[in-house]
Design a protein around this ligand. Sequence first.
Ligand SMILES: [Zn+2]
Ligand SMILES: [Zn+2]
Ligand SMILES: [Zn+2]
Length: 190
Amino acid sequence: MKVSIDPVSTMNCENCGAPLKLERERHYLFCEYCNGLYFPKESPEGLYLLGAPSQVDCPLCRKLLVLARIGHFEVLACQQCKGLLLDMVDFLSILEYLRLKYPERRRPPQTFDSKELARELHCPHCASTMETYPYGGAGNVVLDNCLKCGILWLDYDEVSRIVQTPERVQDFVPWLDITSIRTQSEDENE
Ligand SMILES: [Zn+2]
Ligand SMILES: [Zn+2]
Ligand SMILES: [Zn+2]
């Protein structure tokens, strides 16, 4: 995700307490005062939090999202609700990366709460109402996206749920085909 960020991270040096600075291209943080280098630890969900604030608000909490990485893909994360904003074009590659990394599929398929389909989030880039629809692949989650801006919002745990649930025969990507989104949401209403 190519967004501008403030390199001064929300994370502090363990030695001297000064805010760490992000070396974006090199994926580490450093302390200008004691010259320490920090390599972020990977969370159990496969996320490396870099903590550098973007200028993009969380669509739920309205706090500034911070830069994070999954593999070499940059994403934006909310430090409050733990949601993720990512580029749609990266979504399948991110899932593929995480599925290879975490090959166990232990979570049984769940049904999603249909109330989630009625939720209205606003795109943090263009402010239009984001579309919601059930993700057709494993995990049964409801995704929020803005097709115009090419971004996708995932609530806390949705990525893990997709990755850790056994895949169905064929996962599909609804937004590649606009007609299938319409058909699907019409079916949902019946
Ligand atoms: Zn320091
Ligand atoms: Zn949030
Ligand atoms: Zn938008």
